[in-house]
Unconditional design. Structure first.
Length: 352
């Protein structure tokens, strides 16, 4: 990171919330506020002059909403965007998830209407997200809809004889919602495997995320429940601030066990439980995300004979988690995002 503070533009129509965000961000020595505007139109007008490193974006704005503003910014002057949204309104959640699909990098809760402890926690999350996301090379996001890059070099051949897959585990972090929508959206409505999903996101948004994802993919999507038996063709999402694992008896475990490498849910715990329970009958996928969560678990899956897929660098918003898995030897194959869903469909058909 640069020694200079990260330059932040605040886009928020409420004067009270705008002042609160200004106060929160200005207290953090890593950040400095260079503009605070009340509308998307003002943001677009100021953007070329101010040239912020990152934008704090409200979703419910007068006139042009935050979703359309995100689309315009990513087309005209790509800049990292962190959505600041209400966590309780379905309409706000839907727009927030679609803003992630349009190029925003993460969504965090507004620091209003909560107790002091919660306010401090959310304030810290906002500042940390703005600081970290300012470094993401978002210019790539303009390519995603019409991705035409050549696939990566052919991987080393895997053994032809492979046990049929019994369950799919998939995980993502930064850039995950649109990536998950694209991968799962390519699966048929009669996909024969249960799907367990870990997405790093604020706990307040997980129910809305599951509802949104269920509206854009052909499979039913719901938050996982402890003790539930996973059914074929259903997607089970790790609830907010909870680990999701597969028990040896085949049912789901949803726990508040301690975070792993600061993550709860942790993709590594999901993949590790699949390795221990399913052995070669597991199917693991690790998509875009910062850090290394999931990499060690994917290694364990592959060591047990499971087939594992990592997202290729050419499409990953952040090539952190999949890169770690590749580096550690946990990836059977790396594929660009548009090729992962069809490959999963092919592998699932072989399991019938």
């Amino acid at each position: 990171m640069s020694s200079q503070p990260v330059r932040v533009m605040i886009v928020e129509d409420s004067l009270v919330v705008r002042r609160l965000l200004n106060h929160i961000i200005s207290r953090d020595p890593r950040l400095t506020v260079v503009a605070a505007v009340a509308s998307a139109e003002e943001a677009l007008q100021e953007l070329p002059r101010v040239r912020p490193d990152v934008i704090s974006m409200d979703i419910r704005l007068p006139g042009m909403d935050g979703l359309e503003a995100t689309r315009r910014i990513m087309a005209e002057q790509p800049t990292p965007i962190v959505v600041i949204a209400d966590s309780v309104e379905d309409s706000s959640l839907r727009i927030s998830m679609n803003a992630l699909r349009a190029g925003a990098l993460s969504v965090v809760e507004k620091p209003v209407g909560m107790e002091t402890g919660g306010h401090e926690r959310v304030s810290e999350t906002i500042c940390t997200q703005l600081y970290i996301m300012s470094e993401v090379p978002v210019i790539r996001r303009r390519m995603m809809a019409g991705f035409r890059a050549a696939p990566p070099a052919a991987p080393r051949p895997e053994p032809a004889a492979r046990q049929p897959a019994a369950l799919l585990g998939i995980a993502a972090s930064t850039g995950g919602p649109p990536a998950l929508a694209q991968v799962l959206g390519a699966l048929s409505a009669d996909f024969p495997l249960p799907v367990l999903l870990v997405q790093h996101m604020g706990a307040a948004f997980m129910e809305g995320f599951a509802k949104w994802l269920g509206g854009v993919v052909p499979l039913p999507v719901a938050l996982a429940r402890d003790g539930e038996t996973p059914r074929p063709g259903h997607v089970y999402v790790a609830p907010g601030d909870c680990h999701l694992m597969l028990a040896p008896q085949g049912y789901l475990r949803v726990t508040k066990d301690r975070p792993v490498a600061s993550q709860r849910p942790a993709a590594t715990l999901l993949f590790r439980s699949m390795a221990e329970t399913l052995g070669p009958r597991g199917l693991g996928v690790l998509l875009t995300g910062m850090g290394e969560d999931g990499a060690v678990g994917l290694v364990q899956m592959r060591q047990e004979g499971a087939f594992t897929i990592t997202e290729h660098e050419s499409t990953a918003v952040v090539y952190g988690m999949p890169a770690a898995a590749v580096r550690m030897g946990g990836s059977s194959i790396s594929l660009p995002l548009p090729l992962i869903g069809p490959r999963l469909q092919q592998l699932a058909r072989a399991s019938l």
